[in-house]
Design a protein around this ligand. Structure first.
Ligand code: SF4
Length: 200
């Protein structure tokens, strides 16, 4: 039995940690800086959790403002669990947010937005850079064409999901935060400034 933290609560939201894998190696990611903790939670995972493991820990959906697929990994890399768990939460009347790096379509080689749309209220996408060069420097993507892919994902997402928020981090060297905001708003999404070192 693993004692990894699959579920953790911050303020009135319940966070779901469904994978430790990631498509990026962000320089600012705490997990590359010796910490796999968010608040008091230890988020290192030794396996990809199945939907049933998460579902039995969901608790009473009425008690939480929303459920957030987050953690130190990219939730769309465990897509079967993400979809199955989000469906259960929605069917119980809960709200679902997915925090993503926006590379799910590149990884899965298809548009996954129609699969996500029925079960997700809010999509939070990390853009993090207004140029490919800055993206490469700060996010160190593992896959080719990642920057193009995240921009395409941001363009597509508002066609499927009502609430799409896209973030960039204030203070990353070489990043023009205003240019990020202009691009995001031109796609019909809303822009969110993030502050370095605050996760969740
Ligand atoms: S996308 Fe998130 S979890 Fe993945 S490397 Fe970047 S900061 Fe870390």
């Amino acid at each position: 039995m693993s004692n990894a933290t699959l579920i953790y609560d911050i303020r009135n939201s319940r966070y779901l940690n469904i994978t430790g894998r990631c498509t990026l190696r962000c320089r600012f990611c705490p997990k590359h800086n010796g910490s796999k903790q968010v608040h008091e939670y230890q988020l290192a995972l030794d396996h990809q959790p199945k939907a049933e493991e998460i579902i039995k820990q969901l608790g009473n959906v009425a008690q939480f403002d929303e459920y957030v697929f987050c953690g130190y990994g990219e939730p769309t890399l465990n897509l079967p669990t993400l979809l199955a768990v989000a469906q259960v939460i929605k069917q119980k009347g809960g709200r679902v947010r997915v925090n993503t790096d926006g590379l799910g379509n590149l990884v899965h080689r298809r548009n996954i937005l129609p699969e996500l749309a029925p079960w997700i209220d809010t999509l939070s996408i990390s853009l993090n850079a207004d140029t490919e060069q800055a993206y490469q420097t700060h996010c160190q993507p593992k896959l080719k064409n990642s920057y193009q892919a995240v921009k395409e994902f941001i363009l597509l997402a508002p066609h499927y999901i009502n609430s799409v928020q896209v973030s960039a981090i204030d203070g990353l060297e070489g990043v023009d935060i205003q240019a990020c905001q202009t691009f995001v708003e031109s796609c019909g999404a809303s822009f969110k400034h993030r502050v370095l070192d605050i996760v969740g």
